[in-house]
Every structure is written in C-alpha cells, then in structure tokens.
Design a binder for this molecule. Structure first.
Ligand code: NAD
Length: 447
C-alpha cells in the first residue's frame, strides 16, 4: 500500500504523530510490534506512576496523625495496587486505539524493517510512504557487570511485573528511575539501598535539588551508597567499591537502573545509509534525518528520554511535513521526578547558564513559606529556585523540589517559552492559596 505518512513505533511519539497527521488529512500507517502506547504506557511512566501513587497513599495513611488521621490495621495490598495499575493501562490503551480508529489511522501489528525508497516491510508485505517517522523508543541499558543476569536481578520493565514485595531492594543507579522505585518501595516500608557511582544522585539535576531529594528519601528509609562502583553480583549480594575498599550489600531483589539505549537494531538502518550509531539516530531540530523523507523522534534519537519530549518531537515533525516551520527546543523542556517530594525543572541551571557564558542571578525560597504547602506537606522539605540573566532579567530556568511541583512546572515552561520579563510576570495573578504562589514570590525576590 502507498501512504502519505508512515510511522514505525506506537509510543508517545508514534501515536501522537499518527493522530496529528491523519487528522490533517494524510493517509497514515502506524506499525507497532507490541502494544500501542510504547514503553511509557506499558512498562514505564504510567504503570510506575500508578504504583507510586499507591505507595504514596499508604505512606500518607501511615503518617496521617499530623492531620488527625489515625488508621488501625493499615495494610498495603500490592496485588490490588497492580490491579489498579492494569486497569489504568487498559483504559489508556483503549483510548489510543479509539483515537487511531477515529482518525482512520491504519494500525498494523508487526515488526517493521525499513528499505530504501521509504519502503517498509512488515508481515511479509511492503508499504511505501512519502514521509516515514522512525520512533522505536529505547530499552534499559544493562552494564557489563558479572552476575547481572542472575535470578532476582530485574530492569525497570521487569520490576513492574512483580506483585510480591521483596525483603530488601537494591537499586543499581541513583538516577530518575532508581530514585522513583526507591521512593515507591521505601514508602511501603521495604528497606532500600541505592548504589550510585557518582558523588550525588540524579546528576542532571540542580545540585541543591538533588541533595534535598536524597535527604528526603533517606527520611523514608532509603540508604544511599554514593561513589559506589558495582563490581559483581553473586547470589543476592552486590559487591561495590569506592575505589579503595570493597563492600557488599544483600538484597532479594536487585533493580538495574543505569540508563537507557535507543532501539536502533533490526530495523534495516545500516543498509539505508542513515546517520546513526548506538547513541541514536541523528536529526536536526525539525526531526529530519540525513535521508530525505525519513524523520525520527523520541528516545530513538538519544535525546531527552522523556515521553512528553517524544510527543513534542513528533508534533514538530508533522508540522514540518505539513509545511509549518517548527523546531524542538530541548532547553525549554520540562522534566519531573515523581518521587515524594516531587522534583520539577525547566530550563538552565546556574551552572548550565554560566557554562554558556551568561551572567546570572538566582533566587531561592523554601516551600515552607507557603501556607498551602505547609498545610499539605508539613514534614517535607522543598524549595523553588529561579535562574535569571542578570542584565536583562530574562528567565533562564526554574527548579523545584516539593509536593505538587509536577503540576506547576508547565507554568514555568510557558513563562520560558513566551520569554516574559519580570514586570509581565508580576502582572500574572497566581491563585491563593496555591503552592504556585511560591514561584511568583521567588521571581519577585530575585529582581
Ligand atoms: P539516568 O541516566 O537518569 O541515571 C542512571 C544513573 O546510574 C546515573 O546516576 C549513573 O551515574 C548511574 N550508574 C550508571 N552505571 C552505574 C553502575 N554501574 N553502578 C552504579 N551507578 C551507575 O538513567 P535512568 O534512571 O535509568 O533513566 C533513564 C532515562 O529515562 C533518563 O534519561 C531519565 O531521565 C528517563 N526517565 C525519566 C522519567 C521521568 O521523567 N520521570 C522516569 C523514568 C525515566
């Protein structure tokens, strides 16, 4: 069959692109080898956030006495938490399938291989399209550690299948995935040890934010071993070194959360002359590859590793195919860590900005000055930090740690995208009492 547009991969890049193109009138093919929704919906964002909410609810109930809530016989039913997770995933998958049907996207289940001339081979048939979007996502990166394939060692997809709580969870890697799972298990009373090679967790975050997150997770019972290079896994023991001494820690469940790698294999890419390597498919800021008509978006490009970034990259591609100039702005991409407290950031850190030669000023306000925050999060530390260009008062970045951050960060992203200056920000009304008022307070404090 011949289509206007074909998409390989049905994750947050693929289904967004397919819907957008089809709704603009392009005949559209979407090929997905597993389930619609990709890693995000089936083994990433959605299931992990649903289970995190279950753990958070338990933790709130257990520590509710400050609010006058006292529960006897409290129990965490992990099987029920998984049942809820599965219902959420089923419903969202149904929603995507419904959208594809509504916009008449031809969905084919199978493993696609790209061929020259923008042809796609799937299930023994060959299709062709004027434009093809490659958005095959990413997979967990498993480091070459002896014993890593032992029983009891799982990756971020595998751990989401387990309906039984372990006695002790060891997490290798103190990044975003490691911290989210550490928070989830610690919140329901499971001892957790996180082994991180670097001197601080979540290396991409503002350092003060990472330190507060670490301290808050310690309060929940997470034990962090920093500067810990894992040497081997043997029969539930993980041996690690700080460069001088070796230590070991025992756990019946070991999560490997040491990053992800783009899915670039078995797609026929080598034969096409496509500019790619194991770090991803190279594109320009429109999502165009070096092959005319072949575009890429999402984790397969090795950039951002975020579902919403993938969707936005896909939207940019479709806009350009439809003749509208658009480009991805990674430096204005919000990111969230869904721990308790949450972390939400957008834009440059002070260090990023200074590395670009900018002269910056920063302001920081504790969340605890805010009535709503204090009412809802009496025991959790948090703060909001802004980074501005000193000469122009141009907003460069907003970095927050504290409950409800994830729901506020889009506001900061909008301020960055629209390049509002301090006087215009001052004229925006932030509703009272909301935690978002902290953002206005810090803008006003820093000028
Ligand atoms: P990451 O890059 O965030 O963190 C991996 C961590 O593992 C790093 O801190 C690294 O220093 C450490 N590490 C690497 N090898 C190690 C070893 N041998 N021993 C000990 N530590 C080691 O990767 P991730 O947490 O696996 O997440 C993958 C990607 O997915 C990230 O880019 C992340 O931003 C993204 N993601 C985002 C969200 C979200 O937005 N909430 C959720 C999940 C994943």
């Amino acid at each position: 069959m011949k289509y206007d547009f074909a998409v390989i991969g049905g994750g947050p890049a693929g289904y967004v692109a397919a819907k957008k193109a089809a709704s603009a009138g392009l005949s559209t093919l979407l090929v997905e080898k597993e389930k619609l929704g990709g890693v995000c919906l089936n083994e990433g964002c959605v299931p992990s956030k649903t289970l995190l909410q279950a753990a958070k609810t338990y933790h709130h109930a257990k520590h509710g006495s400050v609010f006058g809530v006292e529960v006897e016989g409290l129990n965490f039913n992990f099987v029920q938490a998984h049942a809820h997770k599965n219902q959420v995933m089923d419903r969202m998958r149904g929603g995507i399938a419904g959208l594809m049907k509504k916009y008449k996207v031809e969905v084919v289940k199978g493993e696609a291989v790209l061929q020259s001339g923008l042809r796609i081979r799937v299930n023994g048939e060959t299709h062709q399209a004027d434009d093809v979007l490659l958005c095959t996502g990413s997979s967990p990166l498993i480091p070459p550690i002896s014993g890593i394939d032992s029983k009891g060692v799982v990756d971020s997809s595998g751990i989401l299948q387990l309906e039984q709580l372990p006695e002790h969870l060891i997490v290798i890697g103190g990044g975003v995935i490691g911290c989210e799972f550490a928070c989830m298990y610690a919140s329901v009373g499971i001892p957790v040890t996180v082994l991180e090679t670097l001197p601080e967790i979540c290396p991409s975050l503002d350092k003060d934010i990472a330190a507060v997150l670490r301290e808050e997770l310690i309060k929940k019972g997470v034990d962090f071993k920093l500067n810990a290079r894992v040497e081997a896994i043997e029969q539930n023991y993980v041996r690690f070194t700080n460069g001088v001494d070796s230590e070991e820690v025992r756990g019946d469940l070991i999560l490997v959360a040491t990053g992800r790698k783009p899915n670039v294999n078995n797609l026929g890419l080598e034969e096409l002359g496509l500019d790619f390597d194991p770090r991803g498919v190279r594109t320009d800021e429109r999502g165009a590859t070096n092959i005319p008509g072949l575009w890429a978006a999402g984790d397969v490009t090795g950039q951002a590793w975020l579902a919403h970034a993938a969707s936005r990259m896909a939207e940019v591609v479709v806009h350009n195919i439809l003749g509208r100039d658009d480009m991805i702005r990674h430096d204005k991409m919000p990111a969230v860590v869904y721990t308790s407290p949450e972390v939400a950031v957008v834009g440059l850190t002070k260090e990023d900005a200074e590395a670009r030669g900018l002269h910056v000023k920063t302001g920081r306000i504790p969340m605890a000055i805010n009535a709503r925050y204090l009412a809802e999060n009496p025991k959790e530390a948090g703060f909001c930090k802004v980074v501005m260009e000193a000469e122009t008062n141009r907003l460069l970045g907003v970095h927050m740690v504290g409950g409800a951050c994830s729901e506020m960060i889009f506001g900061a992203a909008a301020l960055l995208e629209t390049e509002l200056r301090e006087q215009e920000i001052e004229e925006i009304v932030f509703p009272h009492p909301t935690t978002s008022e902290v953002m206005k307070d810090v803008f006003m404090a820093v000028r």
